[in-house]
Design a protein around this ligand. Structure first.
Ligand code: SF4
Length: 270
């Protein structure tokens, strides 16, 4: 309940709390090992078969390559084909050496969660824990993100999570513009496939690449932006919230905008 307490939302303690939410928070407190095992199982996407798509494999790859450099939003993928479509993007990325970040990579971090999620989070890039496990947001910041997701009344496997760059920048530095520009088209394609109702940009780097322009985070928070046919909310990166927990209340206000757009109520709220 630390996330709620830091927000000053003590009234929740007077109401019954969903047992499943408590279990999630306990799992988050137990550390990333259990979560990583669950995430690994979730990542096992069904094998792609050409019969799932109306085009030949070669046609699809050509279309995907054209889309790589296109600002236009791809045609909607049927819900039942989204896992396979994501897997196809992952296969196209392959053992990527398109930018310099591949040199220090241990594991490429593609994405995690539901291919049909209504809510998608976008971070900056993998950290050390993510680089070791190949799964986004599994370190301390990931545990906080799990708590934030639970506070919204959702579970991690109901959302989709990805980053602007898929390989860890050395020393967790901000990706260079060339690195972000090279890798972000893959993120855009993930967004186009998942087609979430709401995107949440975690931090200024994610907001910059999603909006296509660099603006101060303060000016982007507190309102709904339109990006790639979906609604974008901008908030702080969980790693920043770990450094400055006073901002959790502001982050919660941002998440409540996302909840409003999704028609969600916080657990315990009638
Ligand atoms: S960060 Fe992206 S573009 Fe760069 S090497 Fe990794 S996957 Fe390829």
């Amino acid at each position: 309940m630390r996330f709620y307490r830091d927000l000053g939302l003590t009234e929740f303690y007077r109401r019954p709390v969903d047992a499943a939410i408590l279990e999630q928070w306990e799992a988050a407190a137990a550390g990333p090992e259990q979560q990583s095992a669950e995430s690994a199982a979730r990542q096992a996407a069904p094998p792609f078969t050409h019969s799932q798509f109306p085009l030949s494999g070669e046609d699809i790859m050509s279309a995907r390559k054209a889309q790589f450099s296109s600002p236009f939003i791809a045609a909607e993928v049927p819900r039942e084909e989204r896992a396979a479509a994501l897997q196809m993007i992952r296969e196209e990325i392959g053992d990527c050496t398109r930018c310099a970040l591949h040199k220090g990579r241990n594991k490429l971090v593609f994405g995690d969660g539901s291919p049909t999620a209504r809510l998608m989070f976008v971070g900056e890039g993998p950290g050390a824990d993510e680089d070791a496990q190949g799964i986004p947001f599994v370190g301390r910041a990931g545990q906080l993100l799990n708590n934030m997701i639970a506070a919204m009344g959702l579970t991690r496997d109901e959302v989709y999570i990805a980053n602007v760059v898929k390989c860890r920048p050395p020393g967790n530095r901000t990706p260079e513009p060339e690195e972000g520009a090279t890798c972000s088209p893959f993120l855009f394609r993930q967004i186009d496939v998942v087609r979430p109702q709401v995107l949440v940009a975690l931090g200024a780097t994610a907001a910059t690449y999603l909006l296509g322009s660099r603006q101060p985070l303060a000016g982007l928070r507190g309102r709904v932006h339109a990006v790639r046919g979906t609604q974008l909310i901008v908030t702080y990166h969980p790693a920043y919230l770990l450094r400055d927990p006073r901002q959790k209340k502001e982050a919660w206000a941002d998440l409540q905008i996302a909840m409003r757009e999704l028609g969600l109520k916080a657990p315990g709220k009638g």
